[in-house]
Ligand binder design. Structure first.
Ligand SMILES: NC(=O)c1ccc[n+]([C@@H]2O[C@H](COP(=O)([O-])OP(=O)(O)OC[C@H]3O[C@@H](n4cnc5c(N)ncnc54)[C@H](OP(=O)(O)O)[C@@H]3O)[C@@H](O)[C@H]2O)c1
Length: 279
């Protein structure tokens, strides 16, 4: 199954996230692809991600016959406020140059000449969008126009910022990647903008940001009814409301279980119960 954004580029309905995997990154990416994931999320940000080790895994997979074209690779430009001293760009360069340097470094790490999706890790400004955001977005749009990034997107964005970007950018994002809190109706306001604009909403930390939901009696009862795990119920819910879920599991058995979340269908009542559980 795949999802399609407004520019008609398809992306797989699941994504494996590589944050915080450290030295295990390459091994875990290989396990994830063996389990059936075809989309991988990373970032050129050494505090949290080992993008070069994702690249090592891709080289090993290529030797096993898994082609670049059969995988969907997504990485991010991380502004300086999200980096430590190991930036993949010259911090003294202008922002347009920083995006180009970071992008080229990502291509190098991942041994490819294009990315399926390139994401701005987060706006520089907390409220609205400032000059730095517009400059960086224009540099990212240029990568899209050149064909080197098949899709572009933004992460850690507010509804106000997303609406502004959709209204004023030459190319609105095709993907949004946000931490998804049940207390905010699972980011309902932003998901609604995405639905209206043909943007794919990617939800992350669906489990870790919602630990209270995982132990809620109603959710446990739903899981029991389907003889499924609670994590599977949350991922199934995410898919049924139109999200693309990310999983950050480090356990090959959980990888398989997460992918099997589409083997049952929640009732509209179950979906409504979970959607409103934290509100
Ligand atoms: N854009 C951003 O700023 C940003 C920020 C954070 C994350 N992300 C992306 O989102 C990805 C996922 O984030 P996350 O790691 O917070 O997501 P997550 O999937 O909510 O959390 C991972 C945790 O859930 C557990 N888990 C997963 N499947 C399970 C299952 N079937 N049963 C029981 N436990 C299960 C894992 O334990 P086990 O390892 O034991 O399975 C792990 O402790 C990251 O890797 C990254 O790519 C993006």
């Amino acid at each position: 199954m795949s999802l399609t954004a407004y520019n008609n580029v398809p992306l797989p309905s699941w994504m494996y996230g590589t944050a915080w995997k450290k030295e295990a990154t390459a091994q875990l990416v290989q396990h994830a692809v063996a389990a059936g994931f075809t989309a991988i999320d990373t970032a050129n940000q050494l505090i949290h991600y080992q993008e070069a080790l994702v690249g090592d895994a891709l080289q090993t997979l290529a030797k096993q016959g898994i082609t670049r074209e059969s995988l969907f690779l997504q990485t991010k430009f991380t502004p300086v406020n999200g980096q430590d001293h190991r930036t993949p760009y010259d911090v003294k360069a202008d922002l347009t140059t920083q995006v180009k340097q970071s992008f080229d470094s990502s291509l190098n790490h991942l041994h490819t000449d294009y990315l399926d999706s390139y994401v701005l890790h987060g706006p520089y400004t907390r409220y609205g969008l400032g000059a730095a955001d517009w400059e960086v977005w224009a540099a990212i749009e240029e990568l899209y126009q050149s064909g080197k990034a098949k899709m572009i997107g933004i992460s850690n964005v507010t509804a106000e910022q997303l609406a502004l970007l959709c209204k004023q950018a030459a190319h609105k994002p095709m993907v949004v990647q946000n931490r998804c809190y049940a207390a905010l109706g699972w980011d309902k306001e932003i998901r609604e903008i995405c639905r209206a604009q043909g943007i794919i909403y990617q939800g992350f930390s669906l489990l870790t940001a919602n630990r209270e939901v995982l132990v809620a009696p109603d959710v446990r009862a739903i899981a029991q009814r389907f003889k499924a795990g609670v994590a599977q119920v949350i991922f199934r819910f995410a898919m049924q409301v139109g999200m693309l879920p990310l999983t950050g599991t480090t356990n090959p058995q959980h990888m398989k279980e997460d992918l099997q979340s589409d083997q049952f269908t929640l009732s509209p009542e179950d979906v409504e119960r979970i959607e409103t559980i934290g509100m």
